[in-house]
Design a protein around this ligand. Structure first.
Ligand code: TYD
Ligand code: MG
Length: 452
């Protein structure tokens, strides 16, 4: 054991410095340095050494994913859990991480071990009863000490392990408080090594708070194979699951759940959920068929504009579920290329239902929603809008138009405003092809200008 000393560790990038400061010198994060007593450095994991071999001789079979039995989770994971993989499930407290993982364990065909480092065995048992997860091959260990956890894995020989949570377990050999970066990273390294050695899939819960107060997840992202993030508004039942890092598949798939009395229920038909509370005939609303990975989703984009009388202060622009920079760009395009004077209006724009619209295919819907709000003219209720908008005001094609239109048709929409060179559609939806934002506004009945 080396002599212990105090260092200041960055909770974002895990770099250490002997002197405290308001900003990490390495990754430039603000207020991320926490005091820590550092003992002997945590030994790097030493797995079994394997010889080099021709790539064709590598067995690809053993990294086939095993379906979890939870369709929305499998969708995000690209088929299921890969043996020996380590997955971090991040999310704010109370979002439903423990619930999801308990449901997963209950569905797993072989023996599983749930390490509860936060809740007592009784609490977990009660929750398991509620979730109908009490089954003989689900083993439970209320424990926070890493050596005891490893011993239990040896004794129980599970085929799937859940650690709930990585921030609350600790290795007594490491002279640092539970939850500190050194502990979290050390424990995670050790668990990753075990997972690889035993070819055992391991899932770890990682808490993230809005303030980023807890140590961990950023640091852990580099260590694990997959990072899942579980999001949603605690006041609503909707929960969205995404992979932000995935070594075994795509990272853009979206899983949709609803938190019900009997646990998390998959929502295969998310479009109808997002459109449930929609009111038609109201200005400032446009429906866009967006793609989340392979999944088409109909999302309502809303906008509100409000004339401000104060001079000298730039009017407010606020974007929820949309990129603020994109909103600013589109407002400029509307002003310069479609003569929609937005300068003296406060603008609020949002994607409804807790979704984040990040793809440019939603540009045109946002533009029409903004102008609809400005002109106080509603769009026709049977219309969907999509297309990327360029700086010259041109409307550009987006990928998978047919899949978007099929989803719109399925939800009962009959007209679509689409980029001029979109491919022909067999969905039966009447297409209005537009080459510019100005044309789109005319097509949407929001402007009499441009060409007509
Ligand atoms: P939990 O899984 O404990 O969240 P986390 O592990 O992310 O902190 O879920 C907590 C919330 O979920 C709690 O407020 C109650 C709610 N809940 C339900 O609505 N239905 C259920 O069946 C369960 C188990 C929890
Ligand atoms: Mg929990």
């Amino acid at each position: 054991m080396g002599k212990s000393r105090v260092v200041y560790r960055c909770t974002e990038c895990a770099s250490a410095t002997p002197k405290w400061g308001g900003r990490c010198a390495v990754c430039e994060a603000w207020n991320s340095l926490v005091e820590e007593t550092e003992g002997a450095p945590v030994a790097a994991p030493t797995g079994p050494s394997s010889p080099a071999m021709p790539i064709g001789q590598v067995d690809a079979q053993c990294s086939q994913p095993h379906p979890t039995g939870i369709a929305e989770l499998d969708r995000v994971l690209g088929g299921g859990l890969v043996p020996g993989s380590v997955t971090l499930l991040g999310g704010e407290p109370g979002i439903g991480k423990s619930t999801l993982l308990l449901q997963l364990l209950a569905k797993w065909p072989q023996r599983t071990l749930y390490v509860s480092a936060e809740e007592s065995a009784q609490q977990v048992r009660l929750r398991a009863e509620r979730l109908d997860a009490v089954r003989p091959e689900l083993w439970l260990l209320p424990e926070t000490s890493l050596p005891h956890i490893l011993a239990a894995i040896d004794a129980v020989q599970p085929q799937l392990v859940v650690i709930d949570s990585i921030q609350t377990i600790a290795d007594p050999a490491v002279p640092s408080a539970p939850g500190s970066v050194v502990q979290v990273r050390g424990c995670a390294h050790r668990l990753v090594a075990e997972a690889k050695r035993r070819n055992l899939p391991v899932l770890m819960v990682g808490h993230v708070t809005k303030e980023g107060g807890l140590a961990g997840p950023r640091v852990l992202e580099h260590i694990v194979d997959t990072v899942l993030s579980f999001e949603g508004d605690r006041h609503h039942s909707l929960r969205l699951l995404r992979a932000t890092k995935h070594r075994f598949g795509p990272t853009n798939e979206l899983g949709v759940f609803a938190m019900e009395g009997e646990g998390l229920v998959g929502v295969p038909d998310a479009s109808s959920l997002f459109l449930t509370d929609r009111r038609t005939g109201v200005p400032g609303s446009a429906i866009t068929p967006t793609l989340e990975g392979q999944r088409p989703l109909l999302v309502e984009v809303q906008a509100l504009t409000n004339k401000v009388h104060a001079t000298g202060v730039p009017p407010r622009r606020s974007a929820q579920g949309l990129d603020g920079g994109r909103l600013a760009l589109l407002l400029a395009v509307l002003e310069r290329r479609a003569r929609m004077v937005m300068g003296e209006f406060e603008v609020f724009a949002s994607a409804v239902g807790g979704v984040r619209l990040t793809e440019p295919g939603a540009d045109l819907a946002l533009c029409t929603a903004l102008v609809s709000a400005l002109t106080e003219r509603p769009l026709l209720p049977e219309v969907v809008v999509f297309g990327e908008v360029g700086l010259a005001g041109e409307v550009r094609q987006v990928a998978h138009a047919e899949r978007r239109l099929a989803e719109a048709a399925r939800m009962g929409f009959t007209r679509a405003i689409v980029p001029a060179n979109s491919p022909r559609s067999t969905t039966g939806i009447a297409l209005t092809r537009v080459g510019s934002v100005a044309e789109a506004l005319v097509a949407a009945g929001l402007s009499g200008r441009a060409g007509s």
